[in-house]
Design a protein around this ligand. Structure first.
Ligand code: SF4
Length: 376
């Protein structure tokens, strides 16, 4: 019986995000590790590998598909209420012990993370997304940067069909991968997990490339939202939260910042679940730093007004939410406040078009369209 690694190594094609070096080495640019890979070896992510001086990358499968409310990604300033058809592949360039998608992200590192990949084509994914009523196609669940070539192939079809596209990413990018994605990706969410380089090294990364990626994403005009999962004892000190929020405000005070509650998951079971008071403290620190749009997530009904979008000018409530559910929408067709006329940054539809779902669901594709395991 073939191992998962052997199966995945058959579902590849030559990548585009790399350069050839001497002695059949290659350098990969898909993520901030910029691995220099000798012939016959894998990159840190374990899904890209060098064979004969060429870099091979994942192609032609998904680790899973799911229909999510766009608020779950979370994007709060992009087409509120839209359905986000979400797909992932396998693998990650980090190894966070609290990962909430560990079944797909750590499939190559952890024998308990069993996630059978399913054969898929871009046409099948787009067709199913349209059938479900999605407005956005999102690469998520594993780290999408490490499978950028496949995402772009899917997004080309999505754009042709009139869909928007998005990445839900750890932000460990490079200038090369952002240039590569720029024509095809509309929305980009970065998990800024900490503002301490030592913490990032525990997770298998470095802070520097992530901050640089955030600056570039904003400069290049991607619609950017930032999430920080607040973990008691890991990243919840006032000092760290203040430095993180001040960094974001220095890039732009208009970047939405989501502070979300940790719940015990995967290998991180020591810290307590994040209480609402901690989220509210983080939100206040963000407001003091000058951020205009701060959201407290994962604890619906327990975080006061921090689930809603308010006009930063006159404080009118513009979008009311309970968890992922939109309960009121008052933005004008131009995306401005109806009371004072202030323009609210984001990607807005001319009108709120209702919500297909406020809860994730599995699309019919797995059952109907014959997506089959690539191990068969
Ligand atoms: S995606 Fe990142 S971890 Fe994977 S081979 Fe490329 S540089 Fe290395």
């Amino acid at each position: 019986m073939a191992t998962l690694q052997e199966v995945l190594n058959k579902n590849v094609r030559e990548g585009e995000l790399y350069e050839k070096l001497d002695r059949d080495f290659v350098r990969c640019f898909a993520c901030g590790h910029c691995c220099r890979i000798p012939d016959g070896q894998l990159g840190v992510c374990k899904v890209r590998y060098n064979e004969g001086g060429k870099l091979y990358v994942p192609w032609g499968y998904v680790g899973g598909v799911q229909c999510d409310p766009i608020e779950k990604k979370p994007f709060f300033h992009a087409y509120p209420g839209a359905l986000a058809y979400s797909f992932g592949m396998l693998g990650c360039d980090l190894h966070c012990s609290y990962c909430q998608n560990w079944v797909t992200s750590q499939a190559l590192r952890d024998p308990d993370a069993v996630s059978p990949p399913l054969r898929a084509t871009p046409e099948e994914l787009v067709r199913d997304a349209l059938r479900q009523g999605a407005r956005v196609l999102v690469s998520t669940y594993n780290e999408p940067l490490i499978t950028s070539e496949w995402a772009v192939e899917v997004f080309k079809q999505a754009r042709a069909a009139g869909l928007m596209t998005g990445f839900v990413s750890n932000g460990n990018g490079t200038p090369q991968v952002l240039d590569y994605l720029h024509p095809w990706v509309d929305l980009y969410k970065v998990d800024l997990k900490s503002f301490d380089d030592r913490h990032y090294r525990q997770l298998g990364g470095r802070l520097g490339p992530i901050l640089e990626t955030i600056r570039r994403l904003h400069e290049m005009g991607f619609w950017l939202e930032i999430v920080t999962l607040i973990i008691p004892g890991f990243n919840d000190s006032d000092d760290e939260l203040r430095r993180l929020a001040e960094f974001l405000a220095s890039v732009s005070p208009d970047i939405p910042w989501h502070v979300t509650a940790f719940h015990q998951d995967y290998k991180m079971t020591d810290p307590e679940n994040t209480p609402p008071e901690t989220l509210l403290r983080a939100a206040e620190i963000g407001a003091q730093a000058g951020l205009r749009y701060i959201y407290a997530g994962n604890l619906p009904g327990h975080v006061g007004g921090f689930e809603h979008t308010r006009c930063p000018n006159c404080r009118e409530v513009l979008i009311e939410r309970y968890g992922y559910l939109i309960t009121a929408y008052r933005l004008t067709a131009k995306g401005s406040c109806p009371s004072c006329g202030a323009s609210i940054p984001g990607r807005w539809a001319p009108s709120f078009q209702g919500q297909i779902t406020a809860y994730p669901f599995l699309p019919g594709m797995r059952r109907r369209s014959g997506l089959i395991s690539i191990a068969n």
